[in-house]
Design a protein. Structure first.
Length: 394
């Protein structure tokens, strides 16, 4: 399999070929070409990496693709840090739009886009449709793996994406690729959340030289406070690592002194920081926790989260990172599987209705139900439909 993959992408593993940039860019730090994919072999690549549905879809793969591993400057807790991502360019003299794809929940650094190049380059081969394909690692993975990822933190999710887009523009200039200033955003699960965050910050900041054409966030927990309330009403939940990840993320991102033992029972509270050290996936972390909500969480937080002063910081963070107090202006297409029990379908639908109530125009904000799809089976149908929408907007 790996021999075949190497032939398909022309992968370059020679570290001597890395190009170290002088500090002349505002965001781009270093980059390295890590492979290329011929348009004639895209369908084969997708099939051997388990993306058969994309290979069978009516998508036009017209361009060869060159892939780069990029490091760039961004900010976290008011300090400059270095983050990373994968950027793939279609080989053409035409100026092309950017499509930034935000990946789903990940806790294992080896699965970050710039670390798992086999999978990431297969996905990034969608650049062959004529997009500059951007695939962020997020803060907390890749070059910034020493940081606890600010999971479901709106500002840092958006910052990681927007600053990578600025670095991509600088890379395009240096490598001779054309960027036409148009940007499309897409992402699933945590990626859906990060996509909505990026859309919001794009409209707040209006970065020069970028035109947000549309976003398509899918299956995200956009109202984080409502997601917490949903979980607290459950007797059990199959993915308790989500709740532990959010709590640890907010403790680190906001630098709260509140101990995790205020929220979680022992031995879970004391073990959570080590579980999120970047070496374990979600299923492994789940095995170290419990799916029983009453055994995982302290009884007091279950009954008094909104009234006990001990939880003020946590509740503030939940509300601060929920997308309920704004209205998107640029086109947004929200997707969610109707059978999704991992991230509740109702969370998306309620968020959509709240955004409309806030004044969002329904001809520019649309909700698309993926009928019968759960959190796993909704991924590829979403990607195909979102790409069809983007193609019609180009």
């Amino acid at each position: 399999m790996m021999v075949l993959f190497g032939l398909l992408i022309g992968c370059n593993d020679d570290s001597d070929d890395a190009i170290i940039q002088e500090q002349v860019n505002a965001f781009l730090q270093d980059f390295e070409q890590v492979g290329n994919t011929r348009a004639s072999l895209i369908n084969v690549l997708l099939r051997v990496t388990d993306f058969q549905e994309l290979a069978d879809a009516d998508l036009n793969f017209n361009f060869d693709v060159i892939h780069y591993k990029v490091t760039y400057k961004t900010t976290y807790r008011e300090e400059e840090i270095v983050a990373s991502g994968l950027v793939s360019f279609p080989v053409t003299d035409q100026a092309m739009p950017i499509l930034s794809f935000q990946n789903g929940t990940n806790t294992d650094n080896s699965q970050a886009p710039t670390e798992d190049l086999t999978t990431s380059i297969a996905i990034s081969a969608l650049a062959s449709m004529g997009y500059i394909f951007v695939f962020p690692d997020y803060i907390g993975f890749g070059a910034s793996a020493d940081i606890v990822s600010p999971y479901h933190h709106a500002e840092y999710c958006a910052r990681a994406v927007i600053d990578l887009l600025k670095a991509t523009e600088e890379l395009a200039i240096q490598e001779g690729f054309g960027f036409n200033e148009d940007v499309f955003l897409a992402g699933y699960s945590e990626g859906g959340y990060a996509t909505m965050a990026t859309h919001q910050y794009f409209e707040m900041e209006q970065p020069e030289g970028f035109n947000l054409k549309a976003s398509a966030p899918a299956s995200g927990g956009y109202d984080v406070k409502a997601f917490q309330e949903y979980l607290f009403d459950q007797e059990s939940y199959d993915n308790p690592f989500y709740l532990a990840f959010v709590a640890l993320s907010y403790k680190e991102a906001y630098q709260y002194d509140d101990p995790l033992s205020d929220l979680f029972q022992e031995p879970y509270a004391m073990n959570i920081p080590d579980l999120f050290n970047g070496t374990q996936g979600g299923s492994s972390i789940n095995a170290e926790l419990t799916t029983e909500i009453s055994e995982l969480l302290q009884p007091e937080i279950l009954s008094d989260i909104d009234t006990d002063a001990r939880y003020t910081d946590f509740v503030f963070a939940l509300n601060d990172n929920s997308f309920i107090n704004w209205q998107p202006i640029n086109p947004m297409y929200m997707f969610h599987g109707t059978a999704d029990m991992t991230v509740p379908y109702q969370n998306s639908l309620d968020t959509y209705e709240q955004l409309v109530s806030n004044g969002a125009q329904t001809d520019r904000l649309q909700f698309i139900a993926l009928e019968g799809a759960n959190h796993t089976t909704g991924v590829v149908p979403y990607v195909i439909e979102a790409l069809e929408i983007f193609e019609n907007l180009r």
